[in-house]
Design a binder for this molecule. Structure first.
Ligand code: SF4
Length: 229
């Protein structure tokens, strides 16, 4: 398991659970607004023994572990790692792009994951520009995952970053393309510290403010009553 960093405590990443956050290395997406660019490619990782020692030491002090990234589902030994976390008594939250529908469902079925946060990134027609991934591999696969989780009543949330260029109307439409989920979280845009040269014009576009989101809050709540921002 390639863990590039640990946030030792978080009260906000796992709803209702005091948790640490593990950042796995590697991502198969290339969002123009990414804040974790240093995690995307190869690079340093923590020794496995150090991660294990940290997790063992924090048992009883923390209730949960958030496995984030990057994209955790790129780790071939993810299942074994989550099983080890469960064996230590932790509640587990997985942050993922949700593109591996069958694998996500299998993790849930196996009881390896208590809560999922899945990125619902962009409207289908903008998906390639925003994420660098064709919509049939990104938007369609993620939508399928979220629909299946909603159908099964799995505790989960979809998350949308209000990236520059996303309008209030497109946001309402995007939220309405999913079934109502237990939680639908909006993250306001923050300018990343670094970006690819070709992404700079995209970052210069206007982005939604809290006031603009509040103006369409009734429409958003009508389709996603679990809205939070
Ligand atoms: S999925 Fe997350 S880590 Fe990967 S490029 Fe997008 S924002 Fe960055």
């Amino acid at each position: 398991m390639k863990v590039a960093g640990i946030q030792r405590t978080s009260t906000i990443d796992f709803p209702g659970v005091l948790a640490c956050v593990l950042f796995t290395r590697g991502c198969d997406t290339d969002c123009f607004y990414c804040h974790n660019r240093d995690l995307l490619g190869p690079g340093d990782c923590l020794p496995e023994g150090e991660v294990e020692a940290f997790l063992k030491k924090r048992r009883g002090l923390l209730d949960g572990v958030v496995v984030s990234g990057g994209e955790p589902l790129l780790q071939p030994d993810l299942e074994g790692f989550l099983a080890a976390l469960k064996a230590m008594g932790y509640r587990v939250k997985l942050d993922t792009n949700g593109r591996q529908t069958q694998r996500v469902l299998a993790l849930v079925e196996a009881g390896l994951c208590d809560y999922l946060a899945i990125d619902w990134k962009a409207p289908r027609q903008q998906y390639l520009q925003v994420c660098g991934v064709p919509p049939e591999q990104g938007y369609d696969a993620t939508r399928e995952t979220l629909c299946r989780l909603a159908e099964k009543g799995v505790p989960c949330e979809a998350r949308t970053t209000l990236y520059p260029g996303l309008t209030a109307g497109a946001l309402v439409e995007l939220a309405g393309q999913l079934p109502p989920l237990p939680r639908y979280r909006l993250n306001f845009f923050r300018t990343p510290a670094c970006a690819r040269q070709r992404h700079l014009p995209l970052l210069e576009r206007p982005f939604l403010t809290p006031e603009q989101v509040r103006a369409v809050e009734p429409q958003l709540r009508a389709v996603q009553p679990g809205l939070t921002f």
